[in-house]
Design a protein around this ligand. Structure first.
Ligand code: CDP
Ligand code: MG
Length: 686
């Protein structure tokens, strides 16, 4: 196909030799050296697919799709034939698929049905340097498989950074293959100080390069979609102001995860001649997607990162400094085709002294409820969740938080064992809370409605947000003709919107006219269909639910809200007596406000909002906010209050059963039978 040779090709013989001799190998190679697209093809050519598939995990959905397309193209076929991909809610593989790209989350789910992963002869844990939560869990699970499926299963771990020893140590000191990159020197420039506005500074730097420097594309790192859109507008404006003919043409392109595929293709397509491209990208361009032709990198040194705090239950999404490893990766993007330049918009001293050496792995900054439920449902013999083999273990506090959350929604019993309900929840491709809500909805006779709500919540950005709006964006829904949630909250509004769309025969034009994202709505419909199939499989024999019967919602959608409440028992907030601030219940007595993007809740004569609400997300941006809220009734909440008060974390975590917890000791002195567990009581009482 006339494809250019990549650095990895020179190492084909060595790679095949090492893989054939060892159950596990680690492969280290610079980003762009061909690990993701070539390794699978090499192993395929060497015959590994005669006994099973080659599975290649990717931490990001976009990467799985884009890379599968690329490899299918290189092998002269279509996606879904020899090369396929599988991501949550979308499976593009067939019986003949030999190379399967899949998200790490998908492979984890497959472990549920086939713990020994028999369909695979090779598993490549790709992009391991990203240390995504799911990849980290797979590390531990695959380690257990090595002995069981020797010699027919081969595992290859690939990483773009040099911490191969740690991974090799984890896998019984397996060999490390190093593919030296063909990296050209990259000259690094630092700013004297951090700019007041890194966006402005980035735009200025890009223009300077464009006006003064020889041809070569510019890659500029921004932290998120909104920021990218702002940067694009600003850049376009500045470029228009340049004197005609004073410099070469320029195209400015965005690159981020939720960008429609056809727009992404523009970045990977062949650039027009005599034209400079400025690509404004999120972190996705740091290691997982390689854009050819980049010679200049602008690195403001920041990334948007989620951080979960198990003590308060708050998820914050904050812009934080990158680590040195990331800074080095970013700079490296400039030297792929010839010597390049990297402009760091921060001082050298900051690089040396302020940046962390390496990024904190996701497992240490995420809520682990889903992960713990998954591990529990695998019923691994011999191990306690607190002793699971993690490459870098999460904190005990965070594991205990996950255990309590699962206990509250009935997925675990008092001793921390998974319940029958918990097992069913784990099988649904949803977070535990939504899974629990669906199970409850089934009992309460409102499954169809709950399916719709779960599907809508699974698609981010249902509402179209025009770029260039004020800080606190109002959803456009308040201007359009969309239903209002009956004053009961977002979940009810999602249901109404979906129903209205159904009444319009799922017409995409209708979505457009009402300020809804067509792609998200299409996805919601797909997700709904799939969820309803999964639910149906669970209770075979009964007729498949029709695509939607949720139109029957009338009145207060009471059963639906009650079902949701069962799932979100640990995400409930109580209004303060005199104003519309809320306090989250449980040991997370965090004070919060309802996010301004939420639809209006009905207020009483005094202007007070419902006393109890459940929320989908507790997120701290400028303030702690709860998002996606829905009114619930006090009597539904009560059982949870009792349950939360009675959590015995010691017994839950499988350590020796202990005396009853002390949080309620004052009210119930007679039940206090043993010694107090100092420290635990503190967290329970908070
Ligand atoms: O995984 P690694 O970073 O080592 O490299 P890769 O993703 O396999 O990329 C190898 C080459 O394939 C690079 O030159 C990419 O630009 C190219 N590629 C592409 O053209 N289109 C894709 N969707 C993925 C990779
Ligand atoms: Mg790669």
């Amino acid at each position: 196909m006339g494809l250019a040779a990549l650095p990895i090709h020179a190492y084909e013989a060595q790679i095949l030799e090492t893989v054939s001799q060892n159950a596990v190998s680690v492969l280290i190679g610079e980003t762009g050296s061909g690990k993701t697209t070539q390794l699978s093809q090499m192993l395929h050519r060497a015959g590994y697919t005669s006994t099973g598939r080659i599975g290649v995990t990717q931490p990001r959905r976009v990467a799985a799709v884009s890379v599968a397309r690329r490899v299918a193209f290189e092998m002269g076929g279509q996606v879904g034939e020899d090369v396929g991909y599988s991501i949550r809610f979308e499976d593009r593989t067939s019986a003949r698929t030999a190379i399967k790209y899949l998200t790490d989350g998908c492979l984890l789910r497959e472990c549920l049905y086939d713990p020994e992963l028999h369909q695979y002869s090779v598993i490549i844990l790709d992009e391991a340097h990203e240390r995504s939560l799911n990849t980290d869990v797979l590390f531990g699970l695959l380690r257990r498989l090595v002995g069981k499926r020797k010699p027919e299963l081969k595992i290859v771990v690939t990483s773009a950074t040099l911490d191969g020893e740690k991974m090799s140590d984890f896998f019984f000191k397996c060999p490390i293959i190093r593919v030296p990159g063909k990296l050209f020197p990259v000259q690094i420039f630092y700013s004297k100080e951090r700019p007041v506005s890194y966006l402005e500074a980035s735009v200025q730097t890009a223009l300077d390069i464009h006006v003064r420097e020889p041809p070569g594309d510019i890659l500029l790192f921004m932290t998120g979609q909104d920021e990218i859109e702002k940067t694009l507008l600003k850049l376009e404006e500045e470029v228009r102001n340049l004197e005609e003919g004073s410099c070469m043409d320029v195209v400015i392109l965005p690159l981020y995860g939720s960008l429609p595929p056809e727009m992404q293709a523009r970045v990977f397509g062949k650039p027009p001649d005599d034209c400079r491209r400025i690509i404004v990208a999120t972190n996705i361009a740091e290691t997982s997607l390689t854009v050819d032709g980049v010679v200049y990198v602008i690195d403001p040194g920041l990334v948007k990162q989620r951080q979960y705090n198990p003590a308060s239950g708050v998820d914050s999404l904050a812009v934080v400094p990158i680590s040195r490893v990331q800074a080095i990766q970013r700079a490296g993007r400039a030297g792929r085709t010839r010597p390049g330049r990297c402009y760091r918009l921060y001082p050298e001293a900051a690089y040396e002294h302020e940046l962390l050496a390496a990024t904190v792995p996701e497992i240490q900054r995420s809520s682990l409820a889903g992960t713990v439920l998954h591990l529990k449902s695998l019923e691994l013999p011999d191990i306690n969740i607190l002793d699971f083999d993690f490459l870098d273990p999460p904190s005990i506090e965070s594991l205990e938080d996950a255990l309590s959350q699962l206990y509250i929604v009935d997925a675990l019993d008092k001793t921390g064992s998974i319940t029958a309900l918990g097992k069913k929840m784990a099988e649904l491709p949803l977070e535990p809370a939504l899974a629990r809500a669906l199970m409850a909805a089934e009992e309460l006779g409102c499954l169809d409605q709950a399916l719709t709500v779960a599907a809508m919540l699974s698609c981010e950005n249902i509402f179209y947000q025009a770029p260039r709006q004020g800080k606190e964006k109002k959803r456009p829904r308040e201007e359009g003709n969309l239903p209002d949630g009956r004053g009961l909250g977002d979940h009810i509004q999602y249901l109404q919107i979906y129903d209205a769309w159904e009444k319009h025969d799922f017409d995409l034009k209708w979505c457009e006219e009402n300020g809804l994202q067509k792609r998200s709505m299409k996805l919601a419909r797909d997700v709904r269909r799939q969820l309803s199939q999964v639910m149906k499989k669970k209770k075979d024999g009964e007729p498949e639910p029709r695509e939607s019967r949720s139109r029957q919602i009338l009145g207060s959608a009471r059963a639906l809200r009650q079902a949701l409440c069962k799932g979100f028992g640990n995400r409930i907030a109580h209004r303060l007596p005199r104003h519309n601030g809320y306090r989250c219940i449980g040991h997370k007595s965090q004070l919060v406000q309802i996010h301004p993007s939420s639809c209006s809740l009905e207020a009483d004569e005094e202007g007070l909002l419902p006393e109890w609400v459940l929320y989908h997300e507790l997120i701290s941006t400028t303030h702690p906010f709860i998002r996606h809220v829905c009114a619930v009734e006090g009597s539904w909440v009560e059982p949870f209050l009792t349950k939360i008060d009675n959590i015995d974390i010691r017994s839950l975590s499988g350590r020796k059963a202990s005396a009853k917890q002390s949080a309620d000791a004052k009210e119930l002195p007679t039940e206090k039978t043993g010694s107090l567990q100092v420290g635990e009581s503190a967290s329970a009482a908070r």
